[in-house]
Structure formats: C-alpha cells, structure tokens
Design a protein around this ligand. Structure first.
Ligand code: ARG
Length: 258
C-alpha cells in the first residue's frame, strides 16, 4: 500500500495542477502594473484604425491605446492576429486587452467585458453603382463583409439580400468590390473614407449608414480592475487634449462619442 504521506503529497500536487489549469486568471491591473507591461492584441489590417506602415503597427486606436498605457505607467507589448482570434484569446488569457474596432454588442458582452467606447462610428454601404446607397437598395445584391464583424450581422438583417460574401480580412472585401465580384461592401465609415481617398478604388461611392455603433476595447470577462483603469486613462487623455490631437491627426476631426 502507498504510504499515507506520499498519497497526501500526490493529492496536493494534483489539486495544485488542477487549480492552476482551472484558475487561468485574467491578470488584474495590479499584476499588469507590477510586470510593467500590458499585452495588447489587435488585427493590424484595418486602416486607419490598426494597420501596418511597413513593419510598424500604427493607426488611430494603436496610438490611443499607447497614450492610455502611458497614463497607466505600463509599456504596451503588441500582438497582431486575425480578427476572429482576438476576443477568444482574452478568455484564454493570451493577452490582457483587445483593441480592434469592436462594436459593443450584447452578444459579445456575454463573453468579454468592454471598456468605455473610444470612438463612435457605424457601418456604411459602399458601391460603384450610384443607385446602391441605402439598405433597401441591397435587395437582390451580393454584399461583401469581413467575417465575424457587426457588418456581417447587420447585413444579415437586411431582407432580400441575394448573397453575403464573407472575407477573413476587410481589405479582401474591399478588393471584391473593386474588382466587381460583389455589388456592395459594408464597412466602417472612416475605413471607407480612407479607401475612397486612396485612389485606386475611385469608382466607389459611399452611401448611407446601415447602422451606427459604439466602439470599445475589451478585456477578459469580469476583469473589472483593468477595465476600470483603462477607463480612467481614456478619460484622462480625452480631458488633456491628447485624444483630440490623435483623432485630428488621423481623421481631421474628433471622433469620440458625443
Ligand atoms: N466595427 C466592426 C465590428 O464591430 C468591425 C471591426 C473590424 N475590426 C478589424 N480590426 N478588422 O465588428
């Protein structure tokens, strides 16, 4: 028979293991502060919000997150991943925060905790045919959207759409419209404005808003200490002119929620 002592020891070790595995805990702000760095995930393919200029990750919300991190006294460590991996990774504690233009929805709020919004915008309809401008013009049409986005969800709600074509990246949805494989593309208003301005897609026209949304960063469900500190930092950069400066640099206007 196994001596009692080693049985107990084995039991304790097993419990510790299970505990570690089951208790994969989101890092509260204290732990982040102590480590000196916050791990932030984004997509890096959604200009001008989060994208690459050469090898450099940049964009409006990259700069906003960096300004907030500076207020909190922590160094951001960036990770760039496909859009559909971002919120899931919070639940697995692979990063502390996600900032990738996520609209606040009830569905997402079941899985993650949203911070206060860092901007307000909405999905717009873009087409080459000037007759496609409003939701009702989408009837019988083929529409391109990025998979897993609020654009996809909202196009689904439009009755009589002929087909929704999903693309892993928004830039592919845009190319589908540019090359005439779809009738319209639904994306963020500011993404559309940038795409229209950057030349090659000059034949595209921006129609109406299909819906509007509040865009926020997200942390693991229930990580209220981190959400709270992020909100304080965001409020601080909104109050001291930093936010307005970053927003004006990227958009020529202040895009905070009013
Ligand atoms: N605002 C949209 C949403 O909430 C699209 C976000 C897309 N973001 C990105 N990094 N591609 O789903």
């Amino acid at each position: 028979m196994m001596p009692l002592k080693s049985l107990v020891r084995g039991l304790v070790a097993t419990l510790a293991l299970v505990g570690v595995a089951a208790g994969v805990q989101a890092r509260p702000f204290d732990a982040i502060k102590k480590s000196g760095k916050i791990v932030i995930a984004t997509e890096g393919q959604f200009a001008p919000f989060n994208h690459y200029e050469g090898a450099k990750l940049t964009g409006f919300e990259v700069e906003v997150a960096e300004a907030v991190a500076a207020k909190l006294g922590v160094k951001p460590e960036w990770k760039a991943l496909s859009f559909d991996a971002l919120l899931t990774g919070l639940g697995q504690d692979r990063w502390d925060l996600v900032i990738a233009s996520h609209g606040i929805t009830d569905e997402r709020a079941k899985a993650v905790t949203f911070t206060e919004p860092h901007y307000c915008s909405g999905g717009v309809i873009i087409a080459k045919n000037p007759a496609i401008k409003t939701a009702k013009d989408l009837g019988g049409k083929v529409i391109a959207v990025q998979t897993g986005t609020s654009y996809q969800e909202n196009v689904k709600k439009v009755s009589a759409v002929k087909e929704i074509k999903n693309f892993p990246q928004d830039t592919d949805a845009r190319s589908a419209l540019a090359s005439g494989r779809v009738d319209a593309w639904v994306t963020d208003k500011f993404v559309a404005l940038k795409a229209l301005k950057s030349g090659p897609d000059a034949g595209m026209k921006m129609g109406d808003f299909l819906f509007i949304e509040r865009i926020a960063a997200a942390v693991a469900k229930g990580n209220s200490s981190l959400a709270g500190e992020f909100n304080k930092g965001l409020a601080a950069i909104m109050a001291d002119g930093t936010y307005a400066k970053i927003s004006t640099k990227w958009f020529g206007e202040d895009i905070r929620c009013k």
